[in-house]
Design a protein around this ligand. Structure first.
Ligand SMILES: *Cc1c(COP(=O)(O)O)cnc(C)c1O
Length: 469
C-alpha cells in the first residue's frame, strides 16, 4: 500500500486535469446537492483499507457531482480567486514534500521560499520593507493576527504585557471600526477578547467608506490605547477608506491603524488602481488574501505587520526541542497561530514567479475594466440600477422600481433566473438595507467574452422578469 505512490499521484493528476478541462463547458452549479450527497456518501468507517490509487479513483468519482465550478471562467459569485494551476501544482509539491514548515533550519527550502515570497509581497504591495509577513489560512485569521499584534503593542505602551498577563485588569482599548467593515473583522475582535460589539462603529457613506470627520470626533473624545480598523476593498462595493486622513487622525492619538485589504490591497499592484490606496502605507498592519486576487489555491492569507517584533511577540511559541534562532532569522510559525504547518507560502512564491509583477498588474487591471464594462451595459438597461461606483472589480445591481420590497423580489427573481440558466453564476447580498445582485470579477479564468456572456444572461433574465410583471 505504501509503494503505490506513483499510481496514486498520477491518478490524482489525471482526475485533476479532467476536472479543469471540463470547466469551460460544465455547469457552474453542482449536479447533486449537499443533502443528497450526505445520504449517498455517509457510510461506516471501513474496517479494511484499499490501495491509494483505487481510493483516489473512487474519491474523484464520488466528488464529481458535488463540485461547483468555482475556478471556472463563468463564476462571478463571492469574492474569491480561481485556484490557478501554477499555484495548485506548487501546492501539490508542497504537500508531497511533507515538510513541517514551522521552523527555518530543519526545512530551509520551504522557509526560504516563504521568506522570498514575503519580500515579493511587500514589494508588489509597496509596503514598508521592514514589515513581517505571516502566511495564514485567510483574511479572517490574518485579521486576528494583526489585531493581536495591535492589542499587544498599544497595551505595551501602557506598561501592560497582555501576552503574559492577559486582558483582565488591562487598560481598556478603544477599537474604531467602519460600519461597513467585513464581518471577519468583528469575528477577529471577538476571537482575541476585544468583543465584536465592544467597538465604536464609525459612520460610512453610500459606498461604505469611513467618514473621517466622524472618526476624528470619536477619537478625540477618548484617551488611552486605541486601534483603528480601516478597509481597502469593501466586499460589496469595492470601495476604499480615506487612508491618508485616517492615518493622520490615528497617529495624533497614537492609535494603531490596521487595514483589512483582503482583496483591495491588490489594487496597489496595478498602476491604474494604486491611487485608490493612497496613504495606506502609513498604517501599522495590513491583511491581504492569496486565494483571492493572486489566485493561489485555498487557503492562503497574509498578515503583514510593520513592527515585526510586535508581530512575533504576539505569535511566538517556544519549547526546548525547537531549533535555536539567530538574530534576523525568520521563523514561519512565529508569525501565525500554528506550530506544525504546511509551507503555505510556497504557492504564493509560485504565483508571483508565474505571473510576475506585470502579470499581476495586468490581471487586476483587466478584471477592473471588465467590471466597468459589465456595469456600463447593465446601467444602460431600463430598470437596472448599478448602486456602486465601480472603482474596482465589484458591481452591485438592483432591478425594478417602486417600494423596497418590490425591488427586492424582482432582484431575487433575476438572480434565480440567472442561476437557473446557469451560463454564469452570480449571487445576492444585502447592501445598506437593499437586496442586490453582486458581481465579482476576480478569477484569472474570466475573459471579456465570459463577462459579455454574463451581461447577456443577466439582461435576458431581467427582461423576462420585467415582461412577466
Ligand atoms: C474575504 C474577505 C475577508 C475574509 O477573508 P477569508 O480569506 O475569507 O478568511 C476579510 N475581509 C475582506 C474585505 C474580504 O473580502
Amino acid at each position: 500500500m505504501s509503494d503505490d505512490f506513483e499510481k496514486a499521484f498520477s491518478r490524482a493528476c489525471l482526475h485533476a486535469t479532467e476536472f479543469r478541462r471540463s470547466l469551460p463547458e460544465r455547469p457552474n452549479l453542482p449536479k447533486s446537492d449537499y443533502h443528497a450527497m450526505r445520504r449517498e456518501l455517509t457510510q461506516p468507517l471501513p474496517e479494511n483499507g484499499i490501495s491509494a490509487a483505487v481510493m483516489i479513483d473512487e474519491l474523484a468519482e464520488i466528488a464529481e457531482p458535488g463540485l461547483m465550478a468555482m475556478p471556472g471562467p463563468r463564476f462571478f459569485g463571492w469574492v474569491i480567486g480561481g485556484s490557478h494551476p501554477a499555484g495548485v501544482a506548487a501546492d501539490w509539491l508542497t504537500s508531497a514534500w511533507g515538510q513541517n514548515a514551522a521552523y527555518h533550519t530543519p526545512t530551509p527550502a520551504t522557509a526560504v521560499l516563504e521568506e522570498v515570497a514575503a519580500g515579493w509581497l511587500l514589494d508588489i504591495f509597496n509596503l514598508p520593507s521592514e514589515s513581517s509577513v505571516g502566511f495564514a489560512t485567510g483574511g479572517t485569521v490574518a485579521n486576528a493576527i494583526c489585531l493581536t499584534a495591535a492589542r499587544g503593542s498599544v497595551l505595551r505602551a501602557m506598561d501592560w504585557d497582555v501576552d503574559a498577563d492577559g486582558l483582565f485588569g488591562a487598560p481598556p482599548i478603544h477599537v474604531f471600526v467602519g460600519d461597513d467593515a467585513h464581518t471577519s473583522v468583528f469575528f477577529a475582535l471577538q476571537f482575541i477578547g476585544l468583543g465584536h460589539d465592544r467597538v465604536i462603529r464609525i459612520a460610512t457613506d453610500d459606498q461604505g467608506r469611513m467618514d473621517a470627520s466622524v472618526l476624528a470626533r470619536e477619537v478625540s473624545a477618548r484617551t488611552g490605547p486605541m486601534i483603528v480598523v480601516a478597509q481597502a476593498g469593501q466586499i460589496n462595493t469595492g470601495a476604499f477608506d480615506p487612508f491618508t486622513e485616517i492615518v493622520e487622525i490615528a497617529k495624533k492619538a497614537r492609535a494603531w491603524v490596521h487595514v483589512d485589504g483582503a482583496f483591495g490591497l491588490w489594487a496597489r499592484s496595478c498602476p491604474d488602481r494604486a491611487h485608490l490606496t493612497e496613504g495606506i502605507d502609513g498604517a501599522d498592519s495590513w491583511v491581504a488574501d492569496g486565494h483571492k486576487w493572486l489566485q493561489t489555491p485555498f487557503d492562503c492569507g497574509y498578515a503583514i505587520v510593520r513592527d515585526a517584533e510586535a508581530h512575533q511577540r504576539a505569535m511566538t511559541i517556544w519549547a526546548s526541542y525547537l531549533p535555536t534562532i539567530e538574530e534576523g532569522d525568520r521563523i514561519p510559525s512565529a508569525l501565525v497561530p500554528e506550530l506544525s504547518r504546511r509551507g503555505r507560502g510556497v504557492a504564493t512564491w509560485a504565483m508571483l514567479k508565474t505571473l510576475g509583477r506585470k502579470g499581476v498588474a495586468e490581471m487586476v487591471g483587466k478584471h477592473c475594466s471588465m467590471a466597468r464594462r459589465i456595469a456600463d451595459r447593465l446601467a444602460a438597461e431600463p430598470g437596472a440600477t448599478v448602486l456602486n461606483d465601480v472603482v474596482l472589480n465589484q458591481v452591485i445591481v438592483q432591478f425594478g422600481s417602486g417600494p423596497d420590497d418590490a425591488r427586492e423580489r424582482l432582484t431575487q427573481a433575476v438572480i434565480d433566473l440567472v442561476q437557473a440558466e446557469d451560463v454564469c453564476y452570480v449571487g445576492g447580498a444585502r447592501w445598506h438595507d437593499r437586496w442586490v445582485m453582486r458581481i465579482s470579477v476576480i478569477s484569472y479564468a474570466i475573459t471579456v467574452d465570459d463577462a459579455d456572456r454574463l451581461t447577456v444572461s443577466i439582461l435576458r433574465a431581467w427582461r423576462s422578469v420585467r415582461d412577466a410583471e
